[in-house]
Ligand binder design. Structure first.
Ligand code: ADP
Ligand code: MG
Length: 266
């Protein structure tokens, strides 16, 4: 196989876990360049563990992950960070940093020790802050922001990293309705215009259905459905995963599957 035809990321019989607790078992998966993948599943089903495996933070206990048809072990931390940016689930640490300083950290993978920022670095930081509408917050301490503002700042840091791949863990959790939709619209724009490959964990199945090209449905560390929203979002799959019956409709504009909660009992 030439590397031109191999997937961007390939998981082969991957086991991931913590000590004796195996969370992900024998997972095999191919992710192609330019995909916008939504990862759906109940709490504790292994979604964040999967993302930590993909980002290289959590080394597999078995199997392997390949990037550009090369094993992860061939890449240094710095090389990996030039290819892949991560927005962790609601980062709660209390930071001493200002918004501007945090976004600037996105450039770390490109800087040599003690090397000052180039114009290119400054431009990447400014563009990322502008796109996520956090420029006005630039000098504010990160721990004095609302959760939603903070989430946008972490997205800005990831964008400043200028990578091919973006991994996001529940990026819209703390956002209001407008910012939730705008986040997905913005990710779609990055996906289309910059060919950014996006893998995004979300509890908002309806937004994921509308904006993602492919959904992975997690249950107990396994992907039990993998396909387009139309293929995987069925009442059977949702009941099997969440243990509850949900109704499905179609979005009035796009026709994409839309999940409807059961009505209250009379
Ligand atoms: P999800 O993101 O789908 O809610 P996680 O991947 O966070 O699920 O968790 C999957 C399982 O792994 C859970 O049983 C959780 O308790 C366990 N787990 C997650 N992180 C750790 C950790 N750092 N150490 C030990 N167990 C963990
Ligand atoms: Mg999680």
């Amino acid at each position: 196989m030439s590397s031109l035809t191999s997937p961007l990321i390939e998981l082969k019989n991957l086991d991931l876990g913590y000590g004796a607790n195996r969370v992900i078992s024998e997972m095999s998966l191919a992710i192609e360049e330019g995909e916008f993948i939504g990862v759906i599943g109940p709490n504790g089903s292994g979604k964040s563990t999967f993302l930590h495996g993909l980002s290289g933070i959590l080394p597999p206990s078995n199997g392997e992950i390949r990037l550009f048809n090369k094993p992860y072990s061939n890449f240094s931390r710095r090389e990996l960070a030039q290819v892949m940016a991560v927005v962790e689930a609601a980062e709660t640490h209390t930071f001493q940093f200002s918004v501007g300083e945090l976004v600037e950290m996105g450039r770390t993978p490109y800087l040599k020790r003690l090397q000052p920022f180039s114009n290119q670095d400054r431009e990447a930081v400014r563009k990322a802050m502008e796109a996520t509408e956090v420029l006005a917050l630039e000098s504010r301490p990160i721990n004095e922001l609302s959760s939603g503002e903070r989430q946008r700042v972490f997205l800005a840091r990831a964008l400043a990293q200028e990578t091919d791949i973006l991994l996001l863990d529940e990026p819209t959790t703390h956002l209001d309705l407008k910012h939730q939709v705008e986040s997905f619209q913005f990710l779609t724009q990055l996906n289309r215009e910059h060919n950014l490959t996006i893998i995004c964990i979300s509890h908002d199945i309806n937004l994921a259905s509308e904006y993602c090209s492919r959904l992975l449905i997690f249950k107990e560390g396994l992907i039990i459905a993998d396909g387009s929203p139309e293929e995987v979002l069925t009442a059977e799959v949702l009941e099997s995963v969440f243990g509850k019956h949900f109704f499905l409709g179609n979005h009035p504009q796009s026709g994409r599957p839309f999940v409807i909660n059961p009505a209250k009992k009379k």
